[in-house]
Structures are given as C-alpha cells and as structure tokens.
Design a protein around this ligand. Sequence first.
Ligand code: FCB
Length: 444
Amino acid sequence: MATATHHFPASFLWGTATAGYQVEGQSVNTDFWDWEQGAGHIAAGHTSGRACDWWEGGRWREDFDRAAADGHSAHRLSVEWSRIEPEPGRWDAAALDQYRQMVRGLRARGLTPLVTLHHFVNPRWLAERGGWENPEVVPAFERYVRHVAAALKDDVDLWATINEPNVYMYQGWVNGVFPPGRRDMFAAMRVAATLLRAHAAAYRALHEIQPRAQVGLPIHFRPIQPAQPGFVLDRWVARTQFNLFSALFLEAIGTGRLRQVLRPALAVPEARGTQDYLGLNYYTADVARFDLTIPQELFGRRSFPPGADVDDAGVYASYPPGFFEALEWLHRFKLPIYVTENGIGDEADRLRPRYLLTPLRQLWRAVNFNWDVRGYFHWSLVDNFEWERGWTHRFGLYAVDTATLVRTPRPSAGLYAAVCRSRALSSETVARYAPELLETLFPG
Ligand code: FCB
C-alpha cells in the first residue's frame, strides 16, 4: 500500500445536496402533500410533517453552520414553486425573501449556492389543472422561473431547472409511485416532451435575466449491462433501457429530437443546446435480462451487478466502476460536469464510508484526465423525507431524530469533512474510515 494524497483543484466545489420538500416541512399546498395522505403511498405510513424544519423553524441556519464547519464550499438546494406562487399569478414576496436569506446565508458562510427550480413537487393548483400533462405548464413554469431569477440573481448563478426529469416521468407516469400515480408509457413520453420544453424555456429566461447564469438539467444516470453479453435480446433490453432513461434528455438537448417507445422521435428543436453544464446524479448500476412478461419495463428485468454492496432499502447498489462510466459517457458532450447528487441510504453508516471514498477516487481519476469536472454534491447533508420510502431510507451525513429534530453526525460526516477541508483524498483518511479499501485505492 502507498502513502499518498490525491489533490483536487482549488476551485473544485465540495458540497451536499437537498431538496425543498424533503427538508423544509409543512409543504402543505402541494401535490405531494396530498399524495402522502393516500393509503399505501408512503412506506410505513410515514408523512413529511416538519421534515428537517428548515422552513417554519429556520433550522437551515444550524445545518448550514454544520456544512461550513465541515469545510464544505457549496450547497445545492431547491426552491418550492407552491410557496413562491401559492395561487396562480399571486407571488409571495415573503417566501422569496426567505429563499434570498437562505442563499445569502450560504454565501455568508463561504458556500456557493446551486439552486434547483423544480424537484419533483408541484403546487396543488397546478396539479388540479393537469400538471405536467397540460402543455400550459410550460409558460407557467417560465413565469415562475422569471420571478425566482429576478429575486435571487445577485446571489446565485448556478441553476438546475428540473431535477431528474427521467426519474420524475418514470415515478409519476410509468411506475406510478409519485403523483399523479399513472402507469401509461405513452403519457410518460408526452410528459417527457413537456418537461424538456419547460426546461428550454427556463434556460432562455434565466440567461435573459442573468447572462452569466450556468444552467443545467441534472440527470439520474444508471449504467446498465446485459446479463449475458452474448445474448442479443439481453443486449437489446440493456440498450433500450439506457436510451430511454439515462440518455433520453441529454441526447435530446444535443439533437432536438426526443426518442419515444414504438413511435417516431418527437421534434423538440427549442431544446437544442440548452445546457451550460451537465448535472450527474449517480447512485447505482443495473444488469438487464430479457423478460417477455414485463412490457412496462421494456422487457428488461433489472438486478444489481454481482458482488455490489446493496443499501438498506435494496434499491441502490454501490458499483464504483459505474460512476466512472457515467463520467466517461458525459465527457463526450464537452461541457463542464458537476456531480449534483451521489449517496447511499445507510442508517448505520455501514456502507457509506466505502461508498463515499470509491466514487471520490473515480472522480479524482477523471479530474486527472483533465475532464472538466467542477464539483461534487453528496446526497445528503441531513436525513430527510425520502419520497415514497418516507423516513425508512436515510441518506444524511447527519442523522435526524424526527421527534426531537436533533442532528447527530455519522462517521461519514467526519470523513467528508476531512476531504473538503484538505480538498484531497488521502491514504490517511482511507486508513481511518475504511481501511479495507487501502490496497484498492492506494495500490503499490
Ligand atoms: C434522487 C432524488 C433525491 C433523493 C435521492 C436519494 O433520485 O433526486 O431527491 O431522493 O434520489
């Protein structure tokens, strides 16, 4: 084993990511709040309730203090449309002011904000008008984005328009576990086109209001391999699932054409070139096997790569080569890359130290190939309301007791602080937090 330190550039951003609905609490005027009340929608009957109490109790302050004390230099958060526009055309100045205080609070602590404008949740009034199935959402979203940009433009220049449009369309319209709870592949494709149009409109509005804006569309990227590489149908399902999930939106921004299932591609010419950086959300990798019984999954049965570490809920598996594959695939687009999310749900912090260190090693490799990777946002700073899995799936560097709202650092908080403070990954940090990885990460 070698004793060494892998340095990152001084300008590299080190942070964590959160989303408004998951941390703020009491997001009562939203479609997701209504959805939570439906029987069987959320694991163990959990509800978001006060969540991490960022909104009413202002506990963002203490959490940003933690991030600053741990040496983070950035934070990704999202603003909630339902708070800013509680009724169509009525703009809540106090809500915008609270978000302004939050991004200024980050700046005051030396953290660069990255602001997401839509993270899975809609105002109730929008959902009642058909939400993302109604093309009117495009001008409505643009109006909302203009208000946010005007309010925050002095403090924010890194923006994400719509978080993981590929996950959002899948969970809402294919799998049916997010509102509106549909299972209709063709509706999903129409929603994909609408999401892309809204993104393109937001991109242009942001640039008009703030010419230096850096705007991206974070994608949930899942590398996928055929179970039997020699079997043509396994190869076909792996390729089809990749094209219609991980590659779908980025390809459309390149070509102005959105692939569809069993139908010709849709022309979305306004989407071409509407991206200043690539946002990578990476959690897991898949293996796909052809299975005639699951047309809704495009005939592909997914499992995890053999030997991968699987998280608490059995939904994500740590497969470090997949992270490098993701970076390599994105690199072809010749744009700067931010890792806008990466993490693991692991209440006992059993896997997280390994899961943090191995992707960081891959990230360092990419930086050393001179790939333009500019930052890493770990998901997440604190445990938060994990959508359909409620509080059963905990991603925080800090544990949150939902009864008392007390935060307790997990060992990984210390590990990540060591990386952020030194802007480096050292064999000493690995020896302290995951000695079993020393030979793999620092061979020789
Ligand atoms: C991502 C979501 C984020 C969080 C993590 C675990 O897909 O963007 O809100 O739920 O997964």
